[in-house]
Design a protein around this ligand. Sequence first.
Ligand SMILES: [Zn+2]
Length: 265
Amino acid sequence: MRCDEVRLHLLDYQEGRLRPEAQNAVRAHLDGCSDCIRADTVEQELTRLLEQRLPQHPASLALKRRLAARWAQPSSPRSWWSRWRASLAPALAATAVVLVAAPLVYYERAASRAAREQTAMVAEAVNDHLRLLASPRSLDVERGGLHQVKPWFAGRLDFAPVVTFEGDADFPLKGGSLGYFRDRKAAVFVYARRLHPISLLVFRADDLPWPSRGLTRLDGVDASIAADRGFNVIVWRRGQLGYALVSDVDARELAALAARLTGGS
Ligand SMILES: [Zn+2]
């Protein structure tokens, strides 16, 4: 019996399933062939491992046999297809990785860009709020209610800020001021919650990176709620105008004011 024949029958030999003469022939070959003894040892070890790792698995021996049969196959000359496929395999694998991964990478990048832009919107709103707090003459127009604050903006802005909430006992309107949001003018309405000032920035909404993910439904609008440097920020857009509400009051109170602003406007 030749080595390749022995290898082919090793598993059956180990399990005693060969005809007696074949069983004897394999044993006789193993007595004199160190390579096949090694293969026999490897087979036994593999069988042991497979049965140990997959004790209940009905496929373990079938799989084992398939593997053994594959190893035992004589090395026939490889077809042009198998050679071609082998030489192309790395390229095909790389292509598959690109096809699968590229949309993911694109999606990840788009998502992280959106997150950065949203962070920039929030940071801008906080900066505007801080600028207003730091300003020595804090409000350009004080008190007098919405019917005095709103007309004051006329002629100072290239849009009419749409705000209808006049303030109430919880959130009195303190006044208004001119501000900037990024590259554009903003109307700043200042409300208060106890001693905490709350800025409402109103500005043109066009050409800004409005967040489209993780939005919270407030009364009639989808708002983005975030926090930055100890301030809570709620940003939303309605029609052609953008709104940013900023304060150090807690997020729930700020959302209560946002609901008054979006519900009434
Ligand atoms: Zn041999």
